[in-house]
Design a protein around this ligand. Sequence first.
Ligand code: FE2
Length: 180
Amino acid sequence: MQLRWSHAGVLVRDMENMLDFYTGVLGFKITDRGPFPGPGGGEIVFLSQVDTDHHQLAFVDEHRDDSPPNSVHHFAFRVNTLDEVKEMDARLAADDRIGNRLPLTHGNAWSIYFDDPEGNTLEIFCDTPWHAAQPQADLWDIGKSNDEVAAETRRAFEGNPAFKPIEDYYESFAEKLQNG
Ligand SMILES: [Fe+2]
C-alpha cells in the first residue's frame, strides 16, 4: 500500500477574499461549493487546477476567532483500492492512540477520517467509479463486501444531479482547464 498525497482541508476566515486570491492569482478553479456537512454550519468550497483530482484544496468557512493561522482542517491521502482502505481501517482500529474513526463516502470517494495521536484529522480514501456534486457525506459500512459497498453507494448517489462515471467528469474538467 502506498499513500499518495491528494488534498488539504483548510479553515478560512474570509472565504470570498481567499477565493479571489486562489482563483485570480494562483489560477485555481472552483469545482464545487455548498453547506459544510458537519457541525458549525459554514460553507465548504472545493478548488483544483489538475484533471486528476476533484479538489486539491477544500476551504471550510469556520475559522472565526483570532487564533493564529493554524488552519489545517484535514490532510488527505489516496490509496488505490477499497481493500487498502479496509486494511488501513483494521490497522487504525487496533491502535488505541487513534480517535474519532469515521467511515464516510462522498459518492466519489470511500474515506476513513480519523484523528492522529495529537488530534490532527487525516483522511485516507480511494476513488469510487463515479463523480457526484459536492459536498456530500454519507456513512458507509466497512464490514460489507466491496460489491455491496459499491451497490449501496451507487444507490445512494445515482440521483445526484452530477452523477456520472469519473472518467467523464475528468475528461470534461480537462477540456475546461484547456479552454481557460
Ligand atoms: Fe477530504
